[in-house]
Design a protein. Sequence first.
Lengths: 494, 247
Amino acid sequence: MTDWTEKHRPSTLAEVRGNDKARDALREWAKTWPDHREAVILHGSPGVGKTSAAHALAADMDWPTIELNASDARTKSVIERVAGEAAKSGTLSEGGAGRRVLILDEADNLHGNADRGGARAITGVVNDASQPMILIANEFYEMSNGLRNACRDIEFRDVSARSIVPVLRDVCRQEDVGFEDDALQKIADANDGDLRGAIKDLQAAADGRETITAEDVVTGDRDRTTGIFDYLDAVLKESDAQEALEGSYDVDETPDDLISWIEDNMPKDYEGEELAAAYRSLSTADRWLGRVRATQNYSFWRYAADNMTAGVAAARDGTKSGWTRYGPPSYWSKLGRTKGARGTRDDVARAIAQESGVSMSTARRKILPHLEVITHHCKNREATVAMTAAYDLSAEHVAFVTGSGEDTNKVQSIVEDAQQLRAEAAVEGSEGAFEPGPDQGDSRDESENLDTGATATDGSDTSTSVERDEASDPSQGEDPEAEDDQQTGLGDFV
Amino acid sequence: MFNAIVSADTLRTALDSVSVLVEECKLRLEEDGLEIRAVDPANVGMVDLSLSAAAFESYETDGGVIGVNLSRLEDIAGMAEADQLIHLELDEETRKLEIAIDGLEYTLALIDPDSIRQEPDLPDLDLAAEIILEGRDVNRAVKASDMVSDHIALGVDEAEDMFYVDAEGDTDDVHFELGREDLIDLTAGPARSLFSLDYLKDMNKAIPSDAEVRMELGEEFPVKMHFDIAEGQGTVTYMLAPRVQSD
């Protein structure tokens, strides 16, 4: 049996139901496309007719279509190759003047390995396109800012039950199935907003019957996702342990995210003894999440979920009432806020790690704290200059380590002095290579110098590495004499 | 019914010319030979191949269409030495293709032809210019252009009576001209179109360097390239839609 939603798909834009405004906007976009040459994003809930409208439009405009949807692997290379070429090329039958439309369905759903790099590639294709493009998405804001700004957007609203009933009536007439008005009304109500769902239910109800009566309509509810705020309200105020756990199945969050949501909002409702019990459950849940990460055994998620949902609900004394202002986990915003500072910290650690031959984490945990104490607020100026020179730090980095302001004269002058120190060290380190007339004595001096350098580097102590003798500067290794030992020059044979 | 014996070399050449554009395709089994027509996922490039029954050692069929996964079939054909024979037989019962190479048997599951992208009709284009040149000249043009750009212009200069290739990169340019004496034949006419090098590169892979390539060109129209394979017993036509000239 054919799928009625496919069979009765509108073949022209005029047949698209329930979204007149969006439909007109789409037609307008297509008609004026040669003038503005923008791509368009159609967004709205599932089953409201976005894909149908796109294809109907293509049929109306007589544009051949190229469609990429979630059933295709949409990696960067596939998108660039297929969508990119299609969007830049004319057609086989009409050449450069030929139009074609590129429909990217489920453009907000590029996930995982199969679609690696796809989201960014789409933005690139949109910016370079010389053919019309229609992007289709459920969540407008799941797409990147750059992509949203590059496109015109048209919202498809949920189709009201009032608009669904006439569509169902038409389908029944075309399929030659009798119906009671109540039956259609019931289907429309059950599927409020989702026209495709309603037609599917109609087909299910009509299967094997000549007439659909209200009793025939036994539609269960479709699985829908529960919003996180509704869920928090349930867990933290009313649910018992079992309801809390089962409710979490409908929430579209991973346990890693869910625990942050619960942990951050729970203290807004809980107090005293129950707060302590709830935290105990959360910490157990967190340990299970740690085990998942360590072992990659995702079946442990169930224990994490038990603890964070049922455990927290069970910790509550009775029920709570009233309205609480829940918010997204502050942990996330903190990560966002500290991104810059963490980046600077890593830069400093990388410089230290490179110079001292240790790992970045050792640099961060073992060396950086000492440096912070030694150079606190640049009080020990000499040491601060030495550190800046040794690791070749910028003003921003010095400010980070010492805690002084980046723009202060103090920090600026330290960086300048450090630069000078490095320059002097470099000249000294060249051992007069830039001065004319090297004499024999030089090579002996050099080997002594190298020795001192070696001892200095041996010391793993932090303070040694800060005030390290400039002789250990790596530029030493580049001196021409030392290389002579291993590499002959052409001159040696003349 | 389909039962054929063909040399590995011939089969591989034929498959290679199609596989540069698509991963799966329909084989049309006609009484006088094998035909493949396929268009790439972006609908930009198209290939039309026919391999006459004479190219086979033996060839018997009563017609039909089968869908195959080209890379699989190529892998199997790659198991044979160039001069070995490959025996292809369609098992009507199981809808599988039995492939035998000197004792090695491979049963290839076929794809439902309806699930393979429908190819458009070969459009009847009025292309003003026709250039006949050697495969190695196509190769030189494509290779040099690829160093600087991702697209090239192919055109005919009517006044100078020559065929030219232009590639403009961000910093470097390539220009390649072939006068009448460098070409096998030239019918001059107004022609200049821009094409994607990615596609031309792929198509170029399948063009033998000693082949005679008949190229048809127009003004912002698709290019057609015809050449023979399997000692004249097969022909391949590539068609490529032009880039839209942005201004």
